[in-house]
Design a protein around this ligand. Structure first.
Ligand SMILES: [Zn+2]
Length: 309
């Protein structure tokens, strides 16, 4: 038995799996966004109730939108209740068992590596395109990470000069990380909406922009042409520099078929001459990948940087 939590700014998904990773039950709860004690109480209650229902005391894995700072504290500005807190230690004390935690993009890729889109790849790259942009790497079955918590932040680096030359009017958006014109500021869901407004579109979400693009609207077409160019160039650079065997794209934008088709057409132009792009695949587990990956953390204590606190 293993318990997984996928913690978001507004929702927490909780799921129970058996040792064969068959899903036994899952529920979604509102995140106590600003109250750490309420957050601890919710996780503790869900775990102890599941213990009683299943007659077990399973280990716990948590995926969260942030990083561990090297001293065990979670840095997750989008979930203020746990930001800067030693959440894993506090939960371990309350639950009297091992508690593991990792970045949600790492959990997503871990899940897709185990029976999913990049199963068996020696070097697998995962990117999530949602509110922000997450990234992760697995090499020979293990998440690539360090105690300094920086690996996989592939969205935080400026777009290339070639992109700026092709799109001289491209706005240079400030990024939450402190830099300017980061890849994330264009290719996340937030970035897509921002680009659409830049090209004269109205305020709306990614789904509405795609619908407008499919209808042939001029503003949406300009927006999506730029979007594909920025994402293709960013992904092409990552492929050239990392040389992954396979790539999986997740998040609300990454799961869509149109994105994979558009990238497959464009990626060869963004690669080093003579180098074929790695296959880019949609996720097998979709939105459940994060919580499934968190449960995998709980079941694999030998994974590096996921050790009990
Ligand atoms: Zn950034």
């Amino acid at each position: 038995m293993r318990y997984g939590f996928d913690i978001g700014g507004t929702k927490i998904a909780f799921a129970v799996y058996n040792e064969q990773l068959t899903l036994l039950e899952s529920e979604v709860y509102a995140t106590p966004a600003h109250d750490y004690d309420a957050f601890l109480a919710l996780i503790t209650r869900l775990v102890l109730q599941a213990d009683a229902r299943f007659g077990s005391q399973a280990n716990v894995g948590l995926g969260f939108p942030g990083v561990l700072d090297g001293r065990g504290n979670i840095l997750a500005p989008n979930v203020p209740a746990i930001h800067g807190r030693d959440l894993l230690s506090d939960l371990q004390q309350r639950l009297n068992r091992a508690v593991y935690g990792d970045n949600d993009a790492n959990c997503f890729l871990l899940s897709e590596y185990h029976g999913g889109a990049v199963s068996g790849s020696q070097l697998a790259l995962g990117l999530t395109l949602g509110t922000g942009m997450g990234g992760a790497l697995i090499y020979e079955g293990r998440l690539v990470n360090s105690d300094r918590a920086g690996c996989g932040e592939f969205g935080h680096g400026p777009v290339g000069a070639d992109v700026l030359l092709r799109h001289p009017g491209l706005p240079l958006y400030p990024c939450g990380c402190g830099r300017i014109a980061c890849l994330e500021t264009y290719v996340s869901g937030t970035g897509l909406a921002r680009l659409y407004r830049h090209f004269g579109g109205h305020e709306c979400d990614g789904k509405a922009i795609i619908a407008a693009w499919l209808r042939g609207e001029t503003e949406a077409k300009c927006c999506m042409d730029t979007y594909f160019d920025v994402l293709g160039a960013g992904l092409g650079t990552l492929m050239t520099q990392l040389d992954p065997d396979a790539v999986v794209l997740g998040g609300s934008l990454g799961e869509t078929t149109w994105l994979h088709e558009a990238l497959a057409e464009r990626l060869p132009a963004y690669m080093m001459k003579g180098i074929e792009p790695a296959p880019v695949r949609p996720p097998v587990f979709g939105g459940a990948g994060g919580v499934r990956g968190a449960a995998l953390l709980a079941g694999q204590p030998d994974l590096p940087f996921s050790s009990p606190v």
